[in-house]
Design a binder for this molecule. Structure first.
Ligand SMILES: [Zn+2]
Length: 350
């Protein structure tokens, strides 16, 4: 199937008025935007481009089950908004609904294309959007045994289950191993008018040995809600990690903090873009071999799911302030090589 798909993709390379798909991982890291492309480990810088009206797009093959560029949507749009804010498609992909025709829902795909799907399970009112960082060819931090993209998803799935059990309405931004630019993750959270967005990550490279975990919560600069959410999740995560006997690593300024780029804006798109309060949670260091062994265990995933759910539930149901705040913002300008839209290929939706 891969070869057939690739041939299809390559044969589709024509015309500038529609997205052009080109195979090859070299497309990632393309710096047409002029952004700094200095290598960086993490996470989620993105490029300011309209997700719908893209003139060109270079695609890197992301594995089986990926879609070709979309056909133009035909037929009258009978509802420019759609009956639901989002649906889960037959293939299990959560997509914002941006319209409806007689043939089905017009959705915004993980890569930001408008696509028509014939059926979807409506997503009801959403309180929480959980975001598993990275995905597809963007693996995030990696060891020989494990990729951050997969670990993030495992933790997020368990957290969603935990929140569901508590009656808190949650949806995942990324439900499988496919790419999803940051702008689409935050669009979903805003589109469904969630109360909060939490993006789960694991850090690298290993830094200094520490008696306590190097957990970091990146919060939106100037947002008291984001700050409180980050402080509550931090409190729960650090307490849960204290149960494990591990040689941790940590930066000296680890905690709950804003990370600002050289223009003074939130450095990470997951913080900068959404209207809803968001937190980027770097739970622990996958880049530290001592921690990586722990991170591979079910005990770890279960502990983090409970801790994240506890922090989120306290945010929603109490006025607790949280803790772990670092007043001094960190300065960091991410590279443009991850979290953007260049080279994005959609997963099969149905
Ligand atoms: Zn990450």
């Amino acid at each position: 199937m891969g070869a057939v798909l690739l041939a299809t993709l390559l044969s589709a390379c024509s015309g500038a008025e529609r997205p052009t798909l080109v195979e090859g991982p070299e497309a990632v890291g393309n710096s047409e935007s002029g952004e700094d492309t200095t290598a960086s480990t993490d996470p989620d810088d993105d490029v300011d481009r309209d997700p719908i009206d893209r003139a060109t797009d270079a695609a890197a093959a992301g594995g089986l089950g990926m879609l070709d560029e979309p056909e133009p949507i035909t037929g009258d749009v009978i509802d420019p908004v759609g009956s639901f804010k989002a649906i889960t498609t037959a293939a299990g992909v959560v997509t914002p609904v941006i319209g409806q025709t007689a043939e089905g829902y017009v959705v915004q795909s993980p890569c930001g294309f408008e696509r028509l799907v014939s059926w979807g399970q409506p997503v009801g009112d959403v309180q929480v959007v959980l975001d598993a960082g990275h995905g597809g060819i963007e693996r995030g931090a990696e060891t020989d045994e494990m990729a951050e993209a997969d670990l993030n998803l495992r933790v997020v799935r368990r957290t969603a289950s935990e929140l569901n059990d508590r009656g808190i309405a949650v949806v995942l931004s990324r439900t499988g191993d496919y790419r999803m630019p940051v702008i689409q993750r935050t669009f979903l959270a805003d589109h469904v008018e969630a109360e909060l967005l939490v993006s789960v990550h694991h850090n690298t490279p290993a830094v200094n040995p520490s008696p306590t975990p190097g957990t970091e919560m990146y919060v939106q600069n100037g947002s008291t809600d984001s700050r409180r959410l980050g402080g509550l999740i931090y409190e729960e995560v650090v307490e849960a990690l204290a149960e494990f006997d591990v040689e941790w690593v940590s930066r000296s300024d680890a905690g709950v903090l804003a990370v600002l780029n050289d223009e003074g804006a939130d450095a990470y798109g997951i913080n900068r873009r959404p209207t809803v309060p968001s937190v980027l949670a770097e739970l622990a260091y996958l880049g530290n071999p001592k921690e990586a062994a722990l991170l591979a265990t079910d005990d770890y995933a279960d502990a983090m799911a409970a801790a994240l759910a506890d922090g989120i539930e306290r945010y929603l149901t109490t006025q607790d302030p949280g803790s772990g705040f670092v007043e001094q913002a960190r300065s960091f300008s991410p590279s443009g090589d991850t979290g953007g839209e260049e080279g994005c290929i959609d997963p099969v939706l149905e």
